[in-house]
Design a binder for this molecule. Structure first.
Ligand SMILES: Cc1cc2nc3c(=O)[nH]c(=O)nc-3n(C[C@H](O)[C@H](O)[C@H](O)COP(=O)(O)OP(=O)(O)OC[C@H]3O[C@@H](n4cnc5c(N)ncnc54)[C@H](O)[C@@H]3O)c2cc1C
Length: 410
């Protein structure tokens, strides 16, 4: 039910002094973006973000590789990226506080997906979808790849797909902080605390209403609508209410490498073996498919992912990497939707006023501007308007009909 149609007391029967129109659990980039768009759309709404750790030390939004691409296999993800890049270009217009310019260091050298003979049909199929939805992607043969990128060994590669616009990287944590700062400047309420329980009215099979949340310190906050933006921890909040939300904390290690030979015009490269690599200042960032797949592993980098065998794989593709050095590494959690590697956006099934924006499976930083707007519209008006994110609705999980994103990195 759209929030604009809810009278403040009738739907829930509770009005407390701490009643908030929209309470958002988690102030990572998703919670902050949703709060910003809600408050920007309706300045009279009371909106709060509830966050347990404002240092965001474990949040994916702090530990992201913060890159943006148009090369997805699902049209809704391409649309979110198109909105994302436009937003990044105009970020100061949206998020500047007191006229201060925001510099996210956006650079757009493209993504380069490499394919072997076996992988070529799926690269071509993805290209068809992307081109059909307005993404500018060029298909390059092996000799063309060599001409563009002389440092690349094209042994075993038959085709590459290079993004010509709207693909690159930026300062993701700065985007997150800019969303939060702007949201707070618009009047969003900042609450420090860990949500321990969600209280509901109604019971299944009828509709349920989220009524309030309890925090670890005993405070209770009543709400007109509730948003689960708890990232890799979002399914824990859903479990107690018997909501199926197949999102887990999947650890990913990012290596910081130095290489004595510069890789001129290096894009974000995705190898046939699954490793990815991109420049970051005078260094390179790289990641591999993880060795351990369980959720909730300790948030420490797994250096064994770049052992001798993997080193050889990198050096085979880019011979200059034979002389690379591992400078350091960090680990973060992908908020992995194990069902289909796609986000869950919109009302949680069976609820009138409990929404979700989580499970972006490693591609959420670039989608936060569009996803936050879509959810704000859904909450306020009953449906997303600017970007139709309904294919990412929770009902697909309940129906058992995955919307598989095939281009998931790492
Ligand atoms: C290594 C790595 C590389 C990545 N690379 C890219 C990339 O190149 N491009 C891209 O677009 N995306 C990338 N991502 C993904 C992107 O960073 C995430 O999709 C995005 O940051 C998710 O934001 P979020 O707000 O959902 O989660 P988070 O940033 O994790 O925020 C969730 C917040 O909820 C809080 N919280 C949880 N439970 C509770 C509770 N009970 N009470 C109160 N607060 C709670 C947490 O403390 C946390 O701050 C990457 C992620 C990782 C880890």
């Amino acid at each position: 039910m759209p929030l604009r149609n809810l009278s403040s007391s009738s739907a829930f029967g509770v009005v407390s002094s701490e009643r908030i129109d929209v309470a958002i659990i988690g102030a990572g980039v998703m919670g902050a973006a949703t709060a910003y768009w809600l408050k920007r759309s309706d300045p009279n709404l009371s909106v709060a973000v509830i966050e347990r750790d404002y240092s965001f030390s474990q949040a994916s939004s702090t530990l992201s590789a913060s890159s943006i691409r148009q090369q997805f296999s699902c049209p809704v993800n391409i649309r979110l990226s198109q909105f994302g890049i436009q937003f990044l270009h105009a970020v100061s217009e949206h998020l500047s506080c007191a006229g201060e310019a925001i510099d996210l260091g956006l650079t757009e050298p493209g993504y380069l997906y490499l394919a072997s003979t076996d992988q070529e049909p799926s690269l071509r199929a993805a290209w068809e979808i992307q081109s059909g939805h307005g993404a500018e992607i060029s298909l390059l043969s092996a000799p063309e790849l060599t001409r563009h990128f002389p440092w690349l060994n094209t042994d075993g590669i038959t085709l590459g797909a290079l993004g010509l616009s709207g693909e690159g990287w930026f300062d993701g944590p700065a985007l997150h902080q800019a969303f939060l700062k702007k949201a707070l400047s618009l009047g969003v309420i900042k609450i420090q605390g860990e949500v321990k329980a969600i209280h509901c009215e109604g019971s299944r099979p009828g509709p349920r209403f989220a009524k309030s949340v309890s925090l670890a310190d005993g405070r209770e906050i009543s709400c007109g609508a509730l948003v689960n933006a708890a990232g890799a921890w979002s399914s824990r909040l859903a479990r107690d209410l018997d909501i199926e939300l197949p999102i887990g904390a999947a650890r990913r290690t990012v290596f910081v490498l130095s290489c004595p030979t510069p890789l001129v015009d290096c894009p974000l490269l995705i190898d046939t073996t699954g490793f990815w690599l991109r420049p970051e200042g005078r260094f390179l960032l790289a990641g591999m498919d993880p060795r351990a797949e369980e959720d909730d592993l300790p948030l420490e980098p797994d250096y064994s992912e770049l052992g001798e065998a993997q080193w050889a794989v990198l050096a085979h593709r880019i011979p200059a990497l034979e002389a690379m050095r591992i400078e350091r590494a960090w680990a973060g959690y992908y908020e992995m939707n194990h069902f289909d590697h796609n986000a869950v956006i919109g009302p949680l099934s069976g609820f009138e006023n409990f929404y979700c924006i989580a499970g972006f499976s490693g591609h959420g930083m670039q989608h936060a501007p569009g996803a936050g707007l879509a959810l704000a519209e859904w909450i306020l008006n009953g449906a997303p308007e600017t970007i139709d994110v309904r294919p990412l609705g929770h009902d697909r999980v309940i129906r058992g009909e995955p919307l598989r994103e095939l281009n998931v990195i790492g």
